[in-house]
Design a binder for this molecule. Structure first.
Ligand code: MG
Length: 380
């Protein structure tokens, strides 16, 4: 029985995880839930899944949540400390990290140290502190299973193969909600326009990150850490239908791809059931309906944040943490209507250029750089 602590239960990956659990009650059980401030949904989840522990974002939400959950008698904790309690909850053996942003670093490290298997859906954790997270996992013998659809695809294509035989990986990218617009046309786009992703139904932050291609940039850095690759071995390819979720090219020229209808429940369930597979109610892939699949070369001038992510990843040190933190703030400002879409790129570029990189940072140095970048990006 997988006993799951789910961090970020009210977000897109969180809700999909609960849907997977619903389909396999005999195999998966929720023992801890953590969410931010969406109390109504969290209360419904508690009433349905009856976890032992729940963490909410702020102390003032505890009473409200207690009132909404009637006869449920589990423990409620809160804040950053509550998140860590949920991540290291003793009866959990699997932690799904589906919260957004570098706030995921501390609970992920806590879960790794507590020996839980990690389903990693929080890419910002590896962008911010990849070397520390992977080293800690190695030291504690903890398995990290990717949930991001591209990385799950690569993980699946690597099964049974020798890592030394990999020539490169190819991350596919849909191009996001503005893929048909020129850079000039991008200056007028609105928040509503940005939130219409062509293939995936996701949260606001990642949908904007997809439109700027920052999301793919983070995925490049995430792949570097998850699969221990050099940046030269990681390529990106535009693929408009999101049917091929990513590919691995081996040194004999053979290319393995994982295909499917875009549905996050597939990589989520694979992380939970690995190394086995279980049935899943999802729309089967109908290639005849698609008829054609389309590809194009990635355009690093059209998507400068993707190029910047490669540069920041290669430089390393505190710079990827700064890239992530500046982007989190810039996207939040765009979503609040404070800045135009293209200012996201300008802010992130400016903050990264102004940062004095520290090589081989410890966690404290990373969090300091993260805080500095947030202040800079807020005032840019
Ligand atoms: Mg992805």
């Amino acid at each position: 029985m997988k006993k799951i602590a789910l961090l970020g239960s009210t977000g897109s990956v969180g809700k999909n995880t609960l849907e997977v659990v619903r389909q396999h009650r005999a195999s998966f059980q929720i023992v801890a839930l953590a969410a931010g401030s969406n109390i109504e949904l969290l209360a419904r989840q508690i009433n349905e899944f009856q976890p032992e522990l729940v963490s909410v974002g702020r102390p003032e939400l505890v009473d409200e949540l207690r009132q909404l959950t009637g006869s449920w008698r589990g423990e409620i904790v809160c804040g950053a400390e509550g998140l860590i309690q949920a991540a290291s909850y003793p009866s959990a053996n699997f932690v799904m990290t589906a919260i957004i942003g570098s706030i995921g670093v501390a609970p992920t490290l806590a879960a790794i140290k507590a020996g839980k298997t990690i389903g990693l859906a929080n890419k910002e954790t590896l962008v911010t502190a990849g070397h520390i997270v992977m080293e800690t996992a190695k030291r504690h013998g903890t398995r990290i299973i990717p949930v991001d659809s591209e990385h799950s695809a690569i993980f699946q294509c690597l099964q049974g193969e020798r890592r030394a035989d990999v020539a490169r990986i190819i991350l596919t990218a849909s191009g996001g909600s503005f893929r048909h617009l020129t850079r000039r046309e991008l200056s007028h786009v609105t928040v509503d326009d940005a939130l219409k992703h062509p293939n995936w139904n996701m949260g606001a932050k990642i949908t904007v990150d997809s439109a700027t291609m920052m999301n793919k940039g983070f995925e490049v850095i995430e792949a570097r850490w998850l699969f221990d690759l050099a940046y030269d071995q990681i390529d990106c390819l535009l693929h408009y239908e999101s049917v091929i979720h990513s590919m691995v090219e081996y040194k004999d020229g053979a290319v393995m791809a994982q295909l499917g209808t875009p549905d996050m429940k597939v990589p989520i369930q694979y992380a939970l059931s690995y190394p086995q597979r279980m049935p899943l109610e999802t729309e089967p892939l109908d290639l005849v309906r698609f008829g054609k699949l389309h590809f194009a070369e990635m355009d690093y001038e059209r998507f400068p944040l993707l190029k910047l992510a490669y540069d920041c990843g290669r430089t390393g040190g505190t710079l990827p943490a700064v890239l992530n933190a500046a982007n989190e703030v810039a996207v939040a400002r765009f979503l609040r209507g404070e800045i135009p879409f293209l200012a996201i790129e300008q802010i992130v570029e400016r903050v990264c250029a102004a940062h004095r990189v520290q090589a081989d940072p410890d966690l404290e140095a990373i969090l300091e750089a993260d805080g500095w970048a947030r202040r800079e990006a807020e005032n840019c």
